[in-house]
Design a protein around this ligand. Structure first.
Ligand code: DX5
Ligand code: ZN
Length: 220
């Protein structure tokens, strides 16, 4: 089994000291930094915008994995790219022209991801899978950290992983929501290559971050 990449979600960090938190989770071994952007419309919560992403950029060299839960999304793509996003992930429901949105992300020189809500079928990837770098499978309904992993999403991960392998594509499969030391191996077995973790990564404060990340990797 390949070593999974760990993308801690700063949604579960201390917002009063975000720069420090990003430095600490980087030092603890995070591969990417997952940034959850919520608009209070596409999802029932509000988080951070491009200004905060820009302010965090000098605090780490790790890729910024920006998960946009905003609708309409298109007019924010340039701002997040300029702020320092490396991977920009959108939901198919967040605009009328998914293919165009992906083209714009790539034209900005960024990696493009598509995220599927728990009730959104893998079929939504038809005609775009060949164009993207990442599929983000939501294993909770987006909006909040600390929710319970929805096990039905394992079959979706498996179906997407099979398709990616069959077509020999270089597409990462990332899973987001309710990932901890128990659910992580199940997601990896199903075919996930990148694990997002908020609660499980930031639990206990900075002294615990290394152990938290090691636990997500299966103690490795
Ligand atoms: C939910 C977010 C997740 C969330 C994960 O809308 O997309 O990234 O922060 O948090 P945990 O790991 O606590 O489920
Ligand atoms: Zn997320």
């Amino acid at each position: 089994m390949a070593r999974p990449l760990i993308s801690p979600s700063i949604l579960s960090s201390d917002f009063a000291q975000l720069g420090q938190e990003v430095r600490a989770i980087d030092a603890a071994g995070a591969d990417w930094i997952h940034i959850d952007v919520m608009d209070g419309h596409f999802v029932p919560n509000l988080t951070i915008g491009p200004g905060v992403v820009k302010a965090l950029r000098p605090h780490t060299g790790k890729p910024f994995d920006v998960h946009l839960m905003i609708s309409p999304v298109d007019h924010f793509l340039d701002a997040f790219a300029e702020a320092g996003a490396d991977i920009i992930t959108v939901h198919p429901e967040a605009g009328p022209h998914l293919h165009r949105t992906i083209q714009r992300i790539k034209a900005l020189g960024k990696k493009a991801g598509v995220s599927l809500n728990p009730a959104t079928p893998a079929k939504m990837l038809d005609y775009v899978l060949e164009e993207i770098d990442l599929v983000l499978v939501m294993s909770v309904n987006p909006g909040f950290g600390g929710q319970k992993f929805i096990t039905s999403q394992l079959a979706k991960i498996e179906a997407i992983a099979n398709r990616v392998a069959k077509q020999d594509l270089a597409v990462d499969i990332e899973v987001d929501g309710g990932i901890d030391a128990l659910t992580a191996p199940r997601a990896i077995d199903a075919g996930a290559s990148v694990l997002v973790a908020g609660t499980a990564a930031f639990r206990g404060g900075p002294d615990h971050y290394s152990a938290n990340i090691a636990a997500l990797r299966g103690g490795a």
